[in-house]
Design a protein around this ligand. Structure first.
Ligand SMILES: Cc1cc2nc3c(=O)[nH]c(=O)nc-3n(C[C@H](O)[C@H](O)[C@H](O)COP(=O)(O)OP(=O)(O)OC[C@H]3O[C@@H](n4cnc5c(N)ncnc54)[C@H](O)[C@@H]3O)c2cc1C
Length: 396
């Protein structure tokens, strides 16, 4: 009997275990995690509701993946949003679609997504080894050395996640171990909130205010670098929400180069400057805000700023300085990790070690928020599990 060992029980590792046991039912599949339960990060995801996928095409998922999206074609052709919807629905956990095509469990409980995966692991007789830390991987002798025992493998799948929210178990240790053997790209926080030291933000006047479907433009040294139309949130330190998180992907290099970064908010992107100007001549700012479902608290913000900007500038080109971005403890995902150059995308095997596969956030691939990252993790996990014993088949 072949031993398939999987390190990491996040969405990538759990789906890899389910797929490996489904495709190689005669094998012994062992799933190891340092936590005392599976899917710790997924249970926190989507504010505890788990935005498990997005009801979009493979092409859209790739477009929403700013880092190495094309690497995912083979995985996504095998397991994508349609398969994720079928997987959970057919196991008693239907999904519902919300704005921006985001999919959540109908129960609004991330724990229900985790329960479906746990039941499936039990049904397939996957051996769960929890509360065990993988200290070392001996790639030459096919051994995983843990805090508890040593596991021999015929095929190893590593799905240990990135470096964000390390309290959930993804501490980057196995990326470091693999960096001794294969090419690894430096890791950085991605999809992370932006910090502004501007007085209005520091006053916390707008903390908790969210804006829906606004246009956000990032200017780097005065030049337009990126524009998105999405939701945003004012926080006590700056900005968060899906639109801002998307902008963060182009900011990192700018801080390193000490470039100036401005974020311009257009609260009424469906109206042009002239139209807003005429509206403001006819109606008070407060009336315009309520007509367009903008929060009343913007009035208070304008009172603070009115010496320096007109109401039209405030609504169409409200500008903030960006001074920093949040680190791994608040980043939704990690940029960097195992280089895609080291992996065969058709199988997820490491080119240098064909009896070892990698999948999920530990690879140098990440998407925007909106259900894409869990989808990618599950897609790569499924693909890795399906093709895991292929190398050993060829060798025989
Ligand atoms: C707060 C938050 C909310 C999010 N919300 C969403 C969302 O709603 N939708 C979405 O698509 N994405 C969301 N994401 C991103 C998404 O959760 C991750 O991209 C996804 O969980 C990555 O899956 P993974 O299996 O690759 O890694 P992980 O989920 O990080 O799992 C890796 C597992 O490996 C284990 N592990 C690591 N090293 C070792 C070791 N040495 N020994 C033993 N075990 C080890 C860890 O304990 C962990 O359980 C969110 C992220 C955060 C931080």
């Amino acid at each position: 009997m072949k031993n398939i060992v999987i390190c990491g029980a996040g969405p990538a590792g759990c789906m890899a275990a389910i797929s490996a046991k489904t495709h190689f039912p005669e094998s012994n599949v062992i799933l190891i995690d340092q936590n005392d339960h599976i899917l710790k990060k997924l249970r926190l995801s989507g504010g505890g509701r788990c935005n498990v996928s997005a009801n979009v095409s493979v092409q859209t998922i790739i477009e929403q993946t700013p880092r190495n999206g094309r690497f995912l074609y083979a995985s996504l052709n095998e397991f994508n949003s349609t398969h994720i919807q079928d997987f959970f629905t057919s196991r008693g956990c239907p999904l519902i679609e919300e704005d921006h095509q985001r999919l959540f469990p109908k129960s609004h409980k991330a724990a229900d997504i985790a329960l479906v995966m746990l039941n499936e692991l039990h049904r397939l007789n996957v051996e769960l080894q929890l509360n065990i830390y993988v200290n070392q991987i001996d790639l030459h002798n096919n051994r995983v050395i843990t805090s508890d025992q040593t596991f021999n493998y015929d095929h190893l799948i590593i799905a240990s996640g990135g470096l964000s929210y390390q309290q959930t178990g993804s501490d980057g240790h196995l990326i470091k171990i693999l960096s001794q053997h294969v090419e690894v790209e430096a890791c950085y926080p991605a999809e992370t909130p932006l910090v502004s030291n501007d007085a209005l933000i520091q006053s916390k006047l707008l903390q908790g205010v969210s804006l829906k479907d606004v246009s956000l433009t990032l200017l780097i040294d005065g030049k337009k670098k990126k524009q998105v139309k999405h939701d945003m949130l004012f926080t006590h330190f700056g900005f968060s929400g899906p639109g801002v998180l998307q902008l963060s992907s182009v900011c990192r290099d700018c801080f390193e180069k000490k470039q100036s970064i401005l974020m311009i908010i257009d609260c009424l992107p469906h109206l042009n400057h002239q139209e807003v100007e005429s509206l403001i001549k006819e109606k008070t700012l407060s009336k315009v805000l309520s007509m367009h479902q903008l929060p009343k608290r913007l009035n208070e913000a304008y009172d603070v700023l009115k010496e320096n900007i007109t109401p039209t500038q405030f609504l169409k080109a409200w500008t903030f300085n960006i001074h920093d971005m949040r680190g791994f403890n608040q980043a939704f995902v990690t940029s960097g990790g195992i280089s895609v150059k080291a992996i065969d995308p058709a199988t997820m095997h490491l080119k240098a070690y064909p009896n070892v596969s990698v999948c999920g956030e530990m690879i140098d691939v990440h998407s925007h928020t909106g259900g894409y990252n869990i989808s990618l993790a599950m897609s790569m996990g499924y693909h890795a599990g399906k093709h895991c014993l292929e190398a050993s088949k060829k060798e025989r």
